[in-house]
Structures are given as structure tokens and as C-alpha cells.
Design a protein around this ligand. Structure first.
Ligand code: PGA
Length: 251
């Protein structure tokens, strides 16, 4: 069975105070007992510098902490980069790789994303591989091919089995931060293509949908057979809304 999961990507928002407050609010509602009832695992992805305070604020809850990116290199002269080992050392369990903003703004390509995935997994973090098409690619009808190529680059480097034990987040670029969500059917179509690409080995791989998920549209998206949870940006910055999104997942 695919493990239901809700991930909050805080992007480049917040101060130590606001990040700690948000984490503490979530933690209050997600004690061990509550989490068992709700069923979905919650992970938050604060900016690097807030990771230590968020790890401390969520210590007595079932909330996991991840990073928004990692270096593909273990250590060395890479100014500004953060290694997998550093993230583990700070208490992270997960890391996003290949988020569309890093692909588009920073220029990360499929090969670099695959290398980051490999470094993360080899080091002991669970990567959440983000994939998705641009508006132009959707209009050209190449959505499934684009997503398949993004995933294939990682399979080529680490093998199918290792990709299947990670998490994949399908996030159409045109739906991220725009308020425009893929319809449940559009999302399900791509998720089912991803599931088909992974084959039998991916039957229990957790597949997330991301792109303007909020408390009003989450239940319908998560009810789709191949959608096992969400990667939430804007709506993850409000504790109540994020917790409502988590509640809308059927355990
Ligand atoms: P959004 O962001 O929910 O604000 O659209 C999603 C993401 O970028 O992961």
C-alpha cells in the first residue's frame, strides 16, 4: 500500500520566529496519537537556516523535516551549497530534488537532478523527486513524455528499484503558485502514466500531486486512485489550512 503523505514546501519564506511558531502549531496537533488516527505523514520543508529551530519545535510530534534542495557532492569547495550529510546532521529525513523553481530559476537539468537524487538516497535521506510540464508543453500535448523523461533520467542513473523506494511529486509548472490547479482527472491521468512507467516495482511508491493545493480542492485530488498525497506550497504556511489538507486524506 502507498503511504499517504502531505508535504509542506515553505520555499523562501519566514523568519526564525515565524518558522518556529508555525512548526510548533503543527506539532501541537500532530502528537503521536493524533497522527496514528489521521493516517497521513506530515513533512515540512523550511528554508535551510530554519531547519534546526523547526526540528526542535517538532521534536515531540510525528512531523518530519526535510530540506528544499541538497548538493550532489559530498563535501568540498562548493560555495553556498549544503550537503546531504549536513542535512542528516541537522535532523532532516527528506529532501526535495528537482523542484520546478530550481529547474527553471537555477537551471537544474535532468542530469543534475538525478545526481542529487542519487546523493540523497545513498546518504540516507528520502528524496522527493519533483517532475512536471510547463504550460507550453501541456498545450503541445507532450506532458506525459516530458514527465517520463524527467523520471527516466533518474532511473538511468540509480535504477528502477531505487526510484520506486523514493517519493515522486507531479507538479504541473503552470499550476504552481498560480491558483490554477490541475483538475483531478488531469492529475490522475499523469499519475497513472507515472505508475505505468514504474511498472510492478512502483505499485506501492507514494505519488504526490502539487500545484495550488488548498483545503477546498485537496479531498477531490486525493480521492484519485494514483494520488497518495500532496506537495503544498502557499497553503502550507497557514497551520490550520495545512492541517485541514492533511485531514482530507483518507487513511
Ligand atoms: P503551491 O506550490 O502550492 O503554492 O502552488 C507548490 C510547490 O511549489 O511545491
Amino acid at each position: 500500500m502507498c503511504k499517504p503523505l502531505i508535504a509542506g514546501n515553505w520555499k523562501m519564506h519566514g523568519t526564525t520566529e515565524s518558522a518556529t511558531n508555525l512548526a510548533a502549531q503543527l506539532a501541537r496537533h500532530r502528537t503521536q496519537e493524533a497522527n496514528e488516527k489521521e493516517g497521513a505523514e506530515i513533512i515540512v520543508f523550511p528554508p535551510f537556516v530554519h531547519i534546526p529551530s523547526v526540528v526542535a519545535a517538532t521534536a515531540n510530534s510525528n512531523i518530519s523535516v526535510g530540506a528544499q534542495d541538497c548538493s550532489q557532492y559530498p563535501d568540498g569547495a562548493y560555495t553556498g551549497e549544503i550537503s546531504v550529510e549536513m542535512l542528516l546532521d541537522q535532523g532532516c529525513q527528506y529532501v526535495l530534488v528537482g523542484h520546478s523553481e530550481r529547474r527553471a530559476v537555477i537551471g537544474e537539468g535532468n542530469q543534475m537532478v538525478a545526481e542529487k537524487f542519487k546523493a540523497a538516497q545513498a546518504g540516507g535521506l528520502i528524496p522527493i523527486l519533483c517532475v512536471g510540464e510547463s504550460l507550453q508543453q501541456r498545450q503541445q500535448g507532450t506532458t506525459v513524455a516530458v514527465v517520463a523523461e524527467q523520471i527516466a533520467a533518474v532511473i538511468d542513473l540509480v535504477g528502477l528499484a531505487d526510484v520506486c523506494r523514493a517519493v515522486i511529486a507531479y507538479e504541473p509548472v503552470w499550476a504552481i503558485g498560480t491558483g490554477e490547479t490541475a483538475s483531478p482527472q488531469q492529475a490522475q491521468d499523469v499519475h497513472s502514466a507515472i505508475r505505468a512507467q514504474l511498472g510492478e516495482a512502483g505499485s506501492s511508491t507514494t505519488l504526490l500531486y502539487g500545484g495550488s493545493v488548498n483545503a477546498s480542492n485537496a479531498a477531490e485530488l486525493f480521492a484519485q486512485p494514483d494520488i497518495n498525497g500532496g506537495l503544498v506550497g502557499g497553503a502550507s504556511l497557514k497551520a490550520d489550512e495545512f492541517l485541514n489538507i492533511a485531514k482530507s486524506i483518507e487513511a
